[in-house]
Design a binder for this molecule. Structure first.
Ligand SMILES: Cc1cc2nc3c(=O)[nH]c(=O)nc-3n(C[C@H](O)[C@H](O)[C@H](O)COP(=O)(O)OP(=O)(O)OC[C@H]3O[C@@H](n4cnc5c(N)ncnc54)[C@H](O)[C@@H]3O)c2cc1C
Length: 389
C-alpha cells in the first residue's frame, strides 16, 4: 500500500507531535499522580485544530480525511500518558462521530462544534453496570412524556465522565424490543437529575477520569434525540468502527514507542560483559515483535482505508467488509500489544517494574486495549458471524 500520508498530513502530524512532546509530556508525573489531566488540554487541542481536522468545515473542522485522525492518534502517545490520549480520542473520535453523522444543524452547533473547539467536553455513555459487551441489555430507560423524555438509569466506565459538559447517551426507548429499542440522546450534564455517582479508581490510564453516572428523572427535550427513535443500536455499531480503528492506530504507535525505547535501553544496559541487545535471544525476540507490529499496522491501515473510503469518499455507512477488517484489527493488535508490552518489560529486568521507567506505565495502560470499546472475545464473536461460521 503506498504511503497514505500527504505533505499536509505530515505537517499536521508535526503539530500534534509538538503538542504531545512539549506541552503535555512535561506534566506526566503530576497528571498521573493527580489521576486527572486538566481541562485546558481539550481547549488547547481544539485551538491547534487537533480535534476537528477530520471533520467537515461547516461544523468547525478542517475538512480533512480520516488519515488526519490517524496521524493524530499516532502522535499522541508521545505525551507518555495513554490516559490523555484516551480522553482526547473520546472527544474527537468516540463521543462525536455519531453527532456528525446524524445531528441536526442545531445539535451540531450546540454540541459538536464546541467539542471540536475543545470548549465543551464530551463523553460517550453506553456501558452500564450490568451490560457492557451485550449493549442490547442496557437498562437505562428513556420514557416519552409529552415533548420530553424522562431518563432513569446508570452508566459506568465513562471516560471524561467526571467533567463532561454533555454525554452522547444510549438509552432504551422500547424495552421490549431489545436491540431495536435503543435511542441516542445528547444530554447536557447540567440537566436536573444528572449526577456523577463515583469516580472509578483504575489500574492504568491514570491521567484520565472514568466515572459512574446516575440519572434520576432526568427530563430531556425531544430536540436532543439524535437521529431516529429506536435506531440507536444500529448507529452505535457504526460509531464503534471509528472508536475501534482509532484505538488500533494509537495502540500500534504506542507499541512502536515501547519497542524503540527498549532497544535503546538494551544498547546501554550491559550484562555478562556486553549490551543485552547483543544477545541473539533478544535480537530474535525483537525481530519477531517488530514483524508482528508491522503486520498489525498493515492490517489496521487496511481497516482505515476501508473506513476512509466508506465514510469520506462514498459518504456512506461503514460496509460489512470494513467492519470485519476493523474487528480483526482490534483482535490482532490487542494480542500483539500484550506480547510487546510484556516482553519489553521483561527486557528491562527489575527496572521494568519500577515507575521511573515508562515501560512500567505502558504495560499497565495497554491492558485496557483488549477490554475497552469491545473486548477481544466479542470481536472474535462478531468476526465469526461476519464469516458466516
Ligand atoms: C478504563 C475504561 C474506560 C472505558 N470507557 C468507556 C466509555 O467512555 N464509554 C462506555 O460506554 N464504555 C466505556 N468502557 C466500557 C468498556 O467498553 C466495557 O468494559 C467493555 O465493552 C466490556 O464490557 P464489560 O466490562 O461489561 O464486560 P462483560 O460484557 O461483562 O464481559 C465480561 C467477559 O465476558 C466476555 N464475553 C462477553 N460476551 C462474550 C461472547 N459473546 N463470547 C465470549 N466472551 C464473551 C468478555 O469478553 C469479557 O471477557 C470503558 C471501560 C474501561 C475499563
Amino acid at each position: 500500500m503506498p504511503c497514505p500520508f500527504t505533505e499536509e498530513h505530515q505537517q499536521f502530524r508535526k503539530t500534534v507531535r509538538q503538542f504531545a512532546e512539549k506541552e503535555l509530556a512535561p506534566h506526566e508525573k503530576e497528571w498521573e499522580e493527580d489521576e486527572l489531566f486538566p481541562n485546558w488540554v481539550f481547549k488547547r487541542a481544539g485551538e491547534l485544530g487537533i480535534l476537528g481536522a477530520h471533520y467537515p468545515e461547516d461544523v468547525g473542522g478542517a475538512g480533512g480525511d480520516y488519515w488526519f485522525s490517524v496521524a493524530k492518534s499516532e502522535e499522541l502517545p508521545r505525551c507518555l500518558m495513554s490516559g490523555v490520549g484516551m480522553g482526547l480520542l473520546v472527544q474527537s473520535d468516540m463521543a462525536t462521530p455519531v453527532i456528525n453523522d446524524l445531528g441536526t444543524k442545531e445539535q451540531k452547533e450546540e454540541f459538536l462544534a464546541p467539542a471540536l473547539r475543545g470548549e465543551k467536553i464530551a463523553a460517550l455513555g453506553v456501558s452500564e453496570p450490568n451490560a457492557g459487551s451485550d449493549v442490547a441489555g442496557i437498562l437505562t430507560r428513556a420514557k416519552k412524556d409529552g415533548d420530553d423524555y424522562i431518563i432513569n438509569g446508570a452508566k459506568t466506565f465513562i471516560t471524561n465522565g467526571t467533567r463532561a459538559d454533555f454525554v452522547t447517551l444510549l438509552a432504551k426507548t422500547n424495552p421490549e424490543a431489545g436491540a431495536h429499542g435503543c435511542s441516542f440522546f445528547l444530554v447536557p450534564t447540567k440537566t436536573k437529575g444528572f449526577s456523577v455517582a463515583k469516580k472509578l479508581k483504575k489500574i492504568g490510564n491514570l491521567s484520565s477520569d472514568t466515572a459512574e453516572l446516575a440519572f434520576e428523572d432526568m427530563r430531556v427535550p425531544k430536540r436532543y434525540l439524535l437521529g431516529e427513535e429506536n435506531m440507536g443500536f444500529m448507529y452505535l455499531m457504526q460509531n464503534f468502527q471509528s472508536e475501534r480503528i482509532i484505538a488500533c492506530t494509537s495502540a500500534v504507535a504506542g507499541g512502536q514507542y515501547m519497542l524503540d525505547e527498549a532497544v535503546q535501553y538494551g544498547r546501554d544496559r550491559k550484562a555478562f560483559g556486553k549490551p543485552i541487545i547483543k544477545r541473539e535471544y533478544w535480537q530474535h525476540k525483537f525481530v519477531d515483535l517488530s514483524t508482528k507490529l508491522e503486520a498489525a499496522r498493515a492490517l489496521t491501515y487496511r481497516g482505515v482505508e476501508g473506513y476512509n473510503d466508506d465514510k469520506y469518499v462514498k459518504k456512506d455507512n461503514v460496509s460489512m467488509e470494513t467492519v470485519k477488517l476493523i474487528s480483526m484489527s482490534k483482535v490482532f493488535v490487542g494480542d500483539v500489544m500484550t506480547e510487546i508490552a510484556d516482553q519489553c518489560l521483561q527486557f528491562h529486568g527489575g527496572w521494568g517494574y519500577i515507575e521511573e521507567f515508562h515501560i512500567a506505565r505502558a504495560w499497565r495502560d495497554q491492558r485496557l486495549f483488549r477490554i475497552g470499546g469491545g473486548t477481544t472475545e466479542t470481536m472474535r464473536y462478531y468476526v465469526a458471524k461476519l464469516m458466516g461460521l
